[in-house]
Structure formats: structure tokens, C-alpha cells
Design a protein around this ligand. Structure first.
Ligand code: NAP
Ligand code: HSE
Length: 431
């Protein structure tokens, strides 16, 4: 029997305790699969006295995760503390400096420092794995780096933040406004300590930037992700989009074209009947498109103790088996500096405009679109009696249009004198 693979576990929260449980529950199964035992030798967290849902008595304790990473009896650092700097970064760097492999669930750390950490790891002969960092229990990193390694990847898409998908689908199912469901999500403990990481699209943007690096062989460029959260998605637009056969999702899209690398994490309309449109609650979905394979759809739990620890252990088991893959699927030095596309690929848009219901109002709006070079595909008008004037809510679906042309047309709406409130435009993604 080969020597055990000895883990140092930094973080004993949701994910860390999940890892402890799998290591303890499946010791025999893991040894059978890898040919060597996998053991935890030492752990670290902030509060040694905290009552935790696992027996930790067999493990050494370190107050300092950097000291944990440097221990002679630790072969692999499991970093499940979180945060893109501070102890997570320090412990990861310490492990790499000591030539040790790192398994992390920390998308923020890699979105901000992925390139330098990957280079340092390779220089030290170490490996960084991060299956748990993207879409929790869904093995999407493996799918891209291994299963689809023979493909040129055309597009990566997905719903990668369960909290946002919970909020949007709950708004739709219950007919509730954003603020009410946001508060429900907070009460249920779904939101990150900083909720803007979830609802601002940042957490999902981190994940998308990691997938884009692997998919397109480029350096992680989170700073180039176009980010828009879900805070401005109204129940009115959710309902009207539904009537037109669409659902609103916080959708990540990364694609490479002659125009450069496009990375977007924004609210989009998707066909209600599509797999993405059907996705309910906190579940994640990632869609991968390769030149040979076509389209792959992966769906599953994007968070939680069991699913996330399952992904951490997949990486640990790879290391125990001797599988060593570069952090982003190819040597860090060969990752290209991406040229960011200046704007998103043209797409159809959903537009909602509230107008004074008087002769010529609709024509003025249509003229603004025409003058911006935007062609109308569908249009509907809903008449509503107002307090002073009657209102017309106009819903327009355009043919494909450049985002800049849509923005220009919406600006021009303001000068028509018929608008009541600001218009709304949401991209319709072809999925
Ligand atoms: P968590 O429940 O908040 O646990 C964090 C753990 O790190 C706690 O045990 C905490 O110690 C420890 N810690 C924090 N600062 C520390 C420090 N300075 N020194 C030592 N220990 C420290 O977090 P989590 O939900 O398990 O998430 C961990 C990581 O996994 C994050 O990067 C997160 O983004 C990622 N992730 C989480 C999920 C999920 O479903 N939760 C899914 C995918 C990815 P105390 O317990 O003593 O406070
Ligand atoms: N806050 C994240 C989510 C946790 O809601 O998906 C998993 O990364």
C-alpha cells in the first residue's frame, strides 16, 4: 500500500465539515479507488472552542492556517476559508512555496490571483485544483479540462449563483417583488455575508472568469467581466417576459470571437422551455459548447455542505491517484492575455416602455428604434387607465441589435415627450 495522502484542512465551516465527513465516512471507498489512504492530519479555523458537527479529536489544531500549510505532516492544503486575500491567499502561497498541492473552493481567490498562483505552483512543482469553486457539486472543471479537452470551446454559459436563481424563480412563482424575496433569502440564510457578492453578480462573475480561462486558454480576467446584478429586475418584467415565452435569469456567457473575449454576467431573457429557462430554485446549470461535441448541459446543486465537499474530494482523489493537471488546463505561461471584446455580440432585446396613450406616441418610439438601425420583430401594447392620463405599456422584441444601438435608441426615447418613466431593455440570449 502506498503512503497515505495527508490533508491539512484550513476552514471548518460548511464546506470544511463536509470534507471531514466524507473523509471519515468513505475512508475505505477512497482507499479502494486511489490505492492509498487519504487522511486529515491537521485542521485550522478561527475559533477552536466552537461546537462543530463532526469529530475532530484525531486531528492536530493550528490557529494559523499558514502554519498548517507549512506542517511537515501535510501533503495537500485544503483551503475552504474564503476571501480573495487575507488568510486564504497567505496559506495558499505558503503551501505552494513549500511545494505542496492545494485544493480550494475559493473562486474569489482564483478570480483575483489565479494567474500568479498558477505560475507559482508550476514553478514549485505543485498543483492547484478548484472543482468546488465553480457550480458547487457539478463537475464542470473536469468536464472542461478533461472530458472536452479535444474540443475547441465555442461558448460557455450558465446560471452559476443559486441564490439569484432562487430569488428570480421565487419572484415569478409567488408574484412577489424583488425586495420581499431578497429579505426571504436573507432569513433563509441563502445570502453571502456581503449580499452584493450574490445579487450584484460578483460571485457568479468570479466563476465565469475561471471557466473562460480554461475554455479559451486565456489568463483569468475577472476585471473584464461585464457585470450587472439582479437588483433592478422587476416583477413586472418577469411577468411580461413570461407572457411572451421567456424567463429572466442571471446568465453568464463567455465566448471568443474575432472581436475578442466576451464575458458577461447579466440578467437575460431565455426561452421559457429551454433547459436554462426551466431551471428552478437554487440549482445551477452550465452549458458547454465544443466544435466536435456540440452542446453539453450540466445541472446540479451549486452549493451546500455535501455537494461542495463532494467536489473538493474529487480533486483530492485525483491527487491521490497521481493525476496532475495544470491549474487552468494548460501551462500558466501559455495562457494568452485576452483581448476583451469592446461590446457584447448583437442579440435581440426585450424593451418595455410606458407611454402616454395618445396619437403618435407609439410611432415616435418606433422611429427612435428605426433611426438607431434597430428592426422590430414583435410589438404589443397593453392599455392601462391612469390617474391623470391613460397609459400604454409597449413591449417590443427587436431583431438582433448591437447593445450600443439599443442604448442610443433608449436615450432618444427620452426626447419624444411621450415617455412615462425610464424604459427597460433586457438582452434575449439564444440558448
Ligand atoms: P464558512 O462556513 O463561512 O466557513 C469558513 C471557515 O473558515 C470557518 O471555519 C472559519 O473559522 C474559517 N476561517 C475564516 N477565517 C479564518 C482565519 N483567519 N483563520 C482560520 N480559519 C478561518 O464558509 P464556507 O461556506 O464553508 O465556504 C468556504 C469556501 O468555499 C469559500 O471560499 C466559499 O466561497 C466556497 N464555497 C462555498 C460553498 C457553500 O455552499 N458554502 C459553495 C461553493 C464554494 P470559524 O468556523 O472558527 O469561524
Ligand atoms: N452564494 C453562492 C450561490 C454559493 O448562491 O450560488 C456557492 O458559490
Amino acid at each position: 500500500m502506498t503512503a497515505p495522502l495527508r490533508l491539512g484542512l484550513a476552514g471548518l465551516g460548511t464546506v470544511g465539515i463536509g470534507v471531514v465527513k466524507i473523509v471519515q465516512r468513505h475512508a475505505g471507498l477512497i482507499t479502494a479507488r486511489t490505492g492509498r489512504p487519504v487522511t486529515i492530519t491537521a485542521v485550522s479555523a478561527r475559533d477552536r472552542t466552537k461546537n462543530r458537527d463532526a469529530d475532530l479529536s484525531a486531528y492536530a489544531w493550528e490557529d494559523d492556517p499558514v502554519a498548517l500549510a507549512r506542517r511537515d505532516d501535510v501533503d495537500v492544503l485544503i483551503e475552504v476559508m474564503g476571501g480573495h486575500d487575507g488568510p486564504a491567499r497567505a496559506a495558499t502561497e505558503a503551501a505552494i512555496a513549500a511545494g505542496k498541492d492545494v485544493v480550494t473552493a475559493n473562486k474569489a481567490l482564483l478570480a483575483h490571483h489565479g494567474q500568479e498562483l498558477a505560475e507559482a505552483a508550476e514553478a514549485a512543482g505543485a498543483v492547484i485544483r478548484f472543482e468546488a469553486a465553480v457550480a458547487g457539486g457539478i463537475p464542470v472543471i473536469k468536464a472542461l479540462t478533461e472530458g472536452l479537452a479535444g474540443n475547441e470551446i465555442r461558448r460557455v454559459m450558465g446560471v452559476m449563483n443559486g441564490t439569484c436563481n432562487y430569488i428570480l424563480t421565487r419572484m415569478q412563482a409567488a408574484g412577489l417583488p424583488y425586495a420581499t424575496v431578497f429579505e426571504e433569502a436573507r432569513q433563509l440564510g441563502y445570502l453571502e455575508a456581503d449580499p452584493n457578492l450574490d445579487v450584484g453578480g460578483i460571485d457568479a462573475g468570479h466563476k465565469l472568469s475561471l471557466l473562460a480561462a480554461i475554455a479559451f486558454g486565456t489568463r483569468v480576467s475577472f476585471d473584464k467581466v461585464e457585470l450587472e446584478g439582479i437588483g433592478n429586475v422587476s416583477i413586472e418584467d418577469i411577468n411580461l417576459a413570461d407572457e411572451m415565452g421567456y424567463h429572466i435569469k442571471l446568465l453568464g456567457v463567455a465566448q471568443m470571437s474575432g472581436r475578442g473575449l466576451e464575458q458577461r454576467m447579466t440578467p437575460c431573457l431565455v426561452p421559457a422551455e429551454s433547459p436554462l429557462g426551466q431551471l428552478q430554485g437554487g440549482t445551477n446549470m452550465v452549458v458547454l459548447e465544443g466544435d466536435s461535441v456540440g452542446q453539453i448541459v450540466l445541472r446540479g446543486p451549486g452549493a451546500g455542505e455535501g455537494p461542495t465537499a463532494s467536489a473538493v474530494m474529487a480533486d483530492v482523489i485525483d491527487l491521490a491517484r497521481g493525476l496532475r493537471i495544470s491549474t487552468f488546463g494548460q501551462p500558466a505561461a501559455t495562457l494568452a492575455q485576452p483581448v476583451a471584446a469592446r461590446s457584447a455580440t448583437p442579440a435581440p432585446y426585450y424593451i418595455r416602455a410606458t407611454l402616454l396613450d395618445k396619437p403618435g406616441a407609439l410611432a415616435k418610439i418606433a422611429t427612435c428604434l428605426g433611426e438607431a438601425g434597430i428592426s422590430i420583430d414583435q410589438m404589443r401594447q397593453l392599455n392601462k387607465p391612469g390617474e391623470k392620463d391613460d397609459l400604454a405599456v409597449v413591449l417590443i422584441v427587436t431583431h438582433k441589435a448591437a447593445p450600443a444601438d439599443i442604448a442610443h435608441a433608449l436615450d432618444q426615447f427620452g426626447a419624444t415627450g411621450v415617455m412615462l418613466g425610464a424604459p427597460v431593455a433586457i438582452r434575449i440570449e439564444a440558448v
